[in-house]
Structures are given as structure tokens and as C-alpha cells.
Design a protein around this ligand. Structure first.
Ligand code: OSB
Ligand code: MG
Length: 360
């Protein structure tokens, strides 16, 4: 699916989103949907569309064929024999959660234990051609009502950009995401960020680091939020214990599914660590999963799950996700709460495969 706005980060530009829609169908004909979030190249984490396909077809489906599942939480434990590959796991687990909720005639929000009737959302803006383009975009999104603005930064595109933005928007909740583009050698530069009173800086250092982030957090006032570094509850525990971050961005795909996402949420709640739900430029199905997860109580900061229209000309769900005044109303229909727009899905589909899970 072509993105309305090509999305540029410290590692490059994404113009088209390629992904899998997974559908879990039971013997009675109920069905649940999931969406894979890996990109075509491994710039964010190591997974790609193609590694996701390999893992699903050659390993994860076999595990489902060999085991009976009574609750979606069991999927995470069954999949644990396969190391990492969390986005592949989450693409299947999400469909099973949706199916579970629909079979029980409850919303995914209810199935997860979420209470909110609406959620606050922000917007993540990719790197723009010029700072004046960026100012115009921020202006537009603030007028649309988004509750916080996230900017992408990278070496050579940081302090000066933020200085101009802060001058234009002195009181707006603003944060910066580096997508792991800096090292501890940049510590003096990163200290200068404190002047801009950012809500947080997201993943300034290496994608696989926890130790250096603790050193950086001790040296700067700006709260650090970890994204790429957190793949599991265990990672979250270690990061919190080490003082590597004050905030965690939870992404369902990065942590292997809704069950692990909720476990991380529960731990953060216990420790008083704030969390928010990150985005992966999802189409409607993935977006719906993010919305349901965000209804859990410790999601106290606005996430990246903006309205469908900001990403795609036409989404694959009905109705599309609508954010009004920075707020998304939580659907109360069974499961993810949005219908699949089959015609729309058909238009974008390049292939599909079916797997029989009934005992082998
Ligand atoms: O680092 O949060 C990120 C998009 C793609 C990959 C990684 C990230 C992002 C975003 C945008 O920041 C999230 C979204 O709007 O879905
Ligand atoms: Mg990020």
C-alpha cells in the first residue's frame, strides 16, 4: 500500500508498505485478523517481510499444527522455542487474539482487560526536506488536534532543527526519535537537548543497547524512551533496573504479540514507568490492535496511532480509524471492532496461502 507521505527516518525513506494480513478461521467459521509489521529491509530491527514469511510458513504454522490452543496467551509460550522473530510471531498471535475475542462475543479491548472508552493520540513526522516544511506540517497536525508531536532526528539534523521548532511552538508537547543514530561519543550534543524541554528522546543509542543508555540517562535531564532495545518483558525489566530509560514505547510486533505487550505493560505499571504505544505505519488491522492495547491503564502518554487517512488514501478496514481532536473512540464491536474491507484488501493482495491446522 502506497503511503500518502513518504516516511523518512535516520536510516532512509519508506514509500510503500508491504505486509501480510493473517486470518485465523475456526471450524464454525469465526475469523480473526492480524497484520505483520516488518519492513522490506532490516533497517529498524533485523526482521523483514521475507524473514516473516519464512518463519511463519516454515516454523510457526507447524507449531500450531502440533498443539492445541485454549487461550491466546498460550501462543507466546508455544512460540518461545523459536528465538526472536517477534514480528512473525505477533502477526499470527494477533489473529488468534481477534478470533478469541469474537468467539467470546467481546471486544479485543475487553479481552485484554482495557477500560478506556477513548485514547489520546499523537503524530510521528518523518524528516522533511526543509525546516519550514516541518513547521507547516506541525502546524497542520496541531490544528487537527493531535496531542503531541514526534520528530525524527539524526546527526546533522537535530539541535538546529529543534531550536527552530521550539521557537515556533514554545509550549507544544514535542519529542524526538533518533532510531538509534547516535553513540555515547555524541553525549555533549545530546546534553544540549535538555534546553528544549522535550517530553522524551526515543532510542538515541544503538538498537541492541541497554548499558550505554543508562550512562546517557544519568547525564541528561531529558527522559529517555526505549523503542528498538525492548523485545521482551525481560528486556524491559533489565532496562528499568539499569536506569536506561524513564519511558517505554511498546510495539506489539517488536515484542512478539499482545500477550507479551500486556506483560510489559503490567510490569511498567508496577514500577511506575510510563508507556505509550508505538506505530509501524500499520494498515487498519494493525492499527486496530494498537488501539485495543492502548486502552490498558499504564498507556498514559499519547501514542503514534494516528487516523488512517494520514497514512493511506483508503484503508483496508471499515470504518477507517478516525482521530478527532487527537482522540480515537474505542469500538465496542466484537474483536478488533472494525470490519475488513474485502474489496479494498483484494485490490492490494498479490498472493495468498491457506494452511490447515486440524491435526496432522
Ligand atoms: O521508530 O517509532 C519508530 C515508523 C516506522 C518504523 C519505526 C518508527 C516509526 C514511526 C512512525 O515513528 C510510527 C507510525 O506513525 O506508525
Ligand atoms: Mg521509534
Amino acid at each position: 500500500m502506497r503511503l500518502n507521505n513518504p516516511f523518512t527516518t535516520s536510516f532512509g525513506t519508506i514509500q510503500d508498505k508491504e505486509f501480510f494480513i493473517t486470518e485465523a478461521i475456526d471450524v464454525k467459521g469465526s475469523s480473526g485478523f492480524g497484520e505483520s509489521v516488518a519492513f522490506t529491509s532490516p533497517w529498524y530491527t533485523e526482521e523483514t517481510v521475507e524473514t516473516t514469511r519464512h518463519m511463519i510458513e516454515d516454523f510457526l504454522i507447524k507449531i500450531l499444527q502440533e498443539n492445541e490452543i485454549n487461550h491466546p496467551d498460550e501462543v507466546t509460550d508455544l512460540f518461545a522455542v523459536i528465538k526472536r522473530n517477534n514480528m512473525a510471531k505477533a502477526a499470527i498471535e494477533g489473529a488468534i487474539w481477534d478470533l478469541y475475542a469474537k468467539r467470546n462475543n467481546i471486544s479485543l479491548t475487553q479481552a485484554l482487560g482495557g477500560q478506556k472508552k477513548q485514547i489520546d493520540v499523537g503524530i510521528s513526522i518523518g524528516i522533511q526536506a526543509s525546516t519550514s516544511d516541518l513547521i507547516d506540517k506541525i502546524d497542520y497536525y496541531l490544528q487537527e488536534g493531535y496531542k503531541r508531536i514526534k520528530l525524527k532526528i539524526k546527526p546533522g539534523h537535530d539541535i538546529e532543527v529543534l531550536r527552530v521548532v521550539r521557537k515556533h511552538f514554545p509550549d507544544t508537547p514535542i519529542m524526538a526519535d533518533a532510531n538509534s543514530a547516535y553513540t555515547l561519543e555524541d553525549i555533549d550534543l545530546l546534553k544540549q537537548l535538555d534546553d528544549f524541554h522535550l517530553m522524551m528522546i526515543e532510542q538515541p543509542l544503538a538498537h541492541d543497547d541497554i548499558i550505554d543508555h543508562a550512562k546517557l540517562q544519568a547525564a541528561i535531564e531529558t527522559p529517555i524512551c526505549l523503542d528498538e532495545s525492548i523485545h521482551s518483558l525481560d528486556d524491559a525489566k533489565k532496562a528499568i533496573e539499569s536506569g536506561s530509560c524513564e519511558i517505554i514505547n511498546i510495539k506489539i510486533g517488536r515484542v512478539g504479540g499482545l500477550t507479551e505487550a500486556r506483560r510489559i505493560h503490567d510490569h511498567c505499571q508496577q514500577k511506575g514507568v510510563k508507556v505509550w504505544c508505538g506505530g509501524m505505519l500499520e494498515a487498519g488491522v494493525g492499527r486496530a490492535h494498537n488501539i485495543a492495547l492502548t486502552t490498558l491503564p499504564q498507556f498514559v502518554l499519547p501514542g503514534d496511532t494516528a487516523g488512517s487517512a494520514l497514512y493511506f488514501e483508503k484503508d483496508i478496514i471499515k470504518p477507517e480509524v478516525i482521530a478527532k481532536n487527537g482522540v480515537i473512540n474505542i469500538p465496542d464491536k466484537p474483536g478488533i471492532g472494525y470490519e475488513i474491507d474485502s474489496d479494498q484488501l483484494e485490490q492490494f493482495r498479490i498472493d495468498f496461502k491457506t494452511f490447515d491446522l486440524r491435526g496432522s
